[in-house]
Design a binder for this molecule. Sequence first.
Ligand SMILES: C[S@@+](CC[C@H](N)C(=O)[O-])C[C@H]1O[C@@H](n2cnc3c(N)ncnc32)[C@H](O)[C@@H]1O
Ligand code: SF4
Length: 421
Amino acid sequence: MSRDASPDEVFAAVEAELPPGPHDLLIYLHVPFCPSKCHFCDFVADLDTADLRSGPPIRARYVAALQSQIRAYAPKLAAMGYQPKRIYWGGGTPSQLNADELVDICRTLNLSFDMSSLEEHSFEANPDSLTLEKVSRLVAEGVNRVSIGVQSFNDEELARAGRAHSAQDAVDAARAIRGGGITNFNIDLIAGLTGQSDDDLKYSLDTCISLEPMHVTVYNYRPDKRTVMGRQIKRGDRPTQYVTSMLRAFDIVRSRLTAAGYEEYALGYFAREGKRFLGESYYFELTGDYIGFGSGSVSILGHHIASNTHKTFHRFRDDPLTFESYGRYAPQRFELLTRELRLALLMWNGIDYARFERLFGFPFATMRELPAMRRYLEYFENCGAEFVEDSTGLRVTDETKLTAHLRTYEASHLYTAGARQ
Ligand SMILES: C[S@@+](CC[C@H](N)C(=O)[O-])C[C@H]1O[C@@H](n2cnc3c(N)ncnc32)[C@H](O)[C@@H]1O
Ligand code: SF4
């Protein structure tokens, strides 16, 4: 199974197999802080609220750890021929850091890597902590895309979700983004949050569209028993008719956004004027190598995967130069690939065989014959997925993708007496 490893060991193993560069690289930067623990959020469900809400001294130590990791790994990556093409900040909430900390991290990146091939530098923010000053200073360091998590433009819904901001804060954040010089921005919304009416959803979509983001990401609500809302569902306090109501919500989402000129290029990912999110498509279209900096980040380099999970937040702060888990892809290491495969099939454009083989080092056909992989695909079929396959790849039909995607959530997360179908 996976084990911890030093970066020297990981980079030596990657280098031994890597053809000569240049190789495109995605950089992911993880910031594990939040203003509050939102009642729906499954990203941070395993983290202590006190850690999420860490004050300035702990944040400063995390920033220093992140910078030392960047400084240590960048020369090794450059020596292997890696050149950053995309940068993507996520979390948690990167905008929880103050403007000086953000600029320090950007400068460390800019000094450590050759950024001459960089196409996209995308920064994720919450409405309550994004200011005009932060946007302007990030733009000066090369950030050219911002994503704000809004979830809803309805104050009551925001309060029920435990959010730390109002709808007006979100409108102000969109203005700050434009004021700071960014037109390529994204708004995240959630469809089907428990308690959300069709009118709530329509109102949020219409307000979002009026702010003219280039990109809108609409997540289907994923009920998770580790969260406050998940526990409410479990107790039966919040009724749910998960798949049926989510399909209705997505009808509303698609008709509103399509009428406003957005194209849905992956499930729930809507872009105007071709402004797709390059950072995220990198992972889920199995496009190529990436390095993750910070706790809660994964790296895929050559045919190797190395990661630091969320739970290692404390260890990472004190010892950022160890990977908590490390493994080499092989057909039998099916468990290392399941997340990417699931999202490639059910949200994105399927598994492209040439890209799969380049990234993982063996043909998909080898893994496909394994009983575990056959069971995995059968599970999707049982959830309603219909596959189409040709010599270039395997994908799920557009007609069955959403239902299958929702049913996999229903099967894994909706669990109880309280959850009525
Ligand atoms: C990693 S979160 C970070 C975003 C940022 N911290 C914020 O709150 O705006 C990215 C997005 O995941 C979505 N998300 C989190 N938990 C979810 C859940 N249980 N179901 C659906 N979407 C969820 C939210 O839309 C959120 O904006
Ligand atoms: S939605 Fe964002 S702010 Fe809320 S808990 Fe999740 S990561 Fe943190």
